[in-house]
Ligand binder design. Sequence first.
Ligand code: GLC
Length: 472
Amino acid sequence: MHVLFATAEIEPLVATGGLGAASAGLVGGLRRQGVLVTPVIPGYESWALTDEQVIPLDAPAWVGGAVARVGVVDGLGDVAVIDSPSLRRPHPYVDPETGSGWRDNDHRFFAWSAAVAALAVRLQPDVVHVNDWHAATVLAHLPESTPTVLSIHNLAHQGWGDAGWADALGRRGGRFRWMGSVNALAGAISMADRVVTVSPNYAAEIRTERCGMGLDGLLSSRGSDLVGILNGIDTGDWDPARDPALVAPYDAGTVAGKSDNQAALCGELGLDAGPGPLVVSVSRFDYQKGIDLIAEVSHLLVGVPVRLALLGSGDRDTEETMARVADMHRGRIAFRQGYDAALAHRMFAAGDLAIIPSRFEPCGLTQMQAMRYGTLPIVSDVGGLRDTVIDADSSSRAGTGIVMGEVSGAGIVDGVHRGARLVTNKARAARVRARAMGSDWSWDEPAKRYASLYDGLVPTSEPVVEKAVEKP
Ligand code: GLC
């Protein structure tokens, strides 16, 4: 089984959010299942590959020239990078000067997708698996007989383009016409042999008008061809017993070691030693994630009482508000702007609780990272958060965290109150923590499910049965 896996992000080369981690995790998991996977990504930089081979590509003229470099990268393995002048940028999607998307993103990713399809013609994989809108128009160029899978990591980004693209996109470009424009995701949803999204609950939610972002009818029409497969996390990288970022590594049996990590983090971030539990948050700052709601009620949270440590960046207003709030509550609220992987690890090791108040969440990774580190998540009741966290107040036997009643400032205050009560009761907290740390969030199961999905798409040739030779 050979899969060409087209994604705009993959760790460790490029990641702006969960897509980079999920792509790397799934590719690794599939390879452990014996599936041959070639990830193919846009050449935002001139990454050095070992054993590099350059493959010229027969892409349409408007692509403006593209070659594939195929080689090996440390920590990832085999990869193909598409080089084309328009792809080379300091950030995959956003102009750092203005904070808005590059104006030619439609051209950039449609061109990359055309080049990926040309690579597929050269490599003849058994399955082409495309991720999110960036790779969706690969399907416009492929022969109908090529088995295809589309993964939706986030329905909020659909890849709208001018109607004129329908003709440029190739023999099946017309399938991408949508509401008088071109919509990359809509086209691929209608064309892919299977559509996967990253949690079962999100797969159900997006069939409804409330969560379908205009594509619910189309998604529903795919019936059982649309499935939810929960993401995993890299349990090697996220292992509190072997984490080089921690002052005091620990496991479920030595979980008291968390307090040393908490003391160290409070020193590092200038937080007081009390009062109340430490609540952490590591997130992109955008509407989806609801971090603005935390800022709104921060004065009430300090009164619970809890201390707050936040790491994140994105929406500039939220960044500024957070900085101001942290300034007002020195010692009780700390905010670090940006993303720092080692600091994220230290925060999940140090926290008593983690808060994830997303307005919608296809899967979410940090709730799983938090649980693995024995930090109990307080989550909104949406998407993959619902699939991964069980409310400890509703289920004393199975609870692994707190599920908020509503996504709002009031919902957050209530959730944090309940979380603080939970971790203050030491015996109860220990039981819930043991369950959270004992859950399996590895990519093994998800990768098996993807592998069998691929198997179902590839016609198997008759097995060659050797005739038994009778012994003389
Ligand atoms: C996107 C989604 C997030 C998901 C990630 C990986 O970032 O917003 O919920 O976990 O993709 O699939």
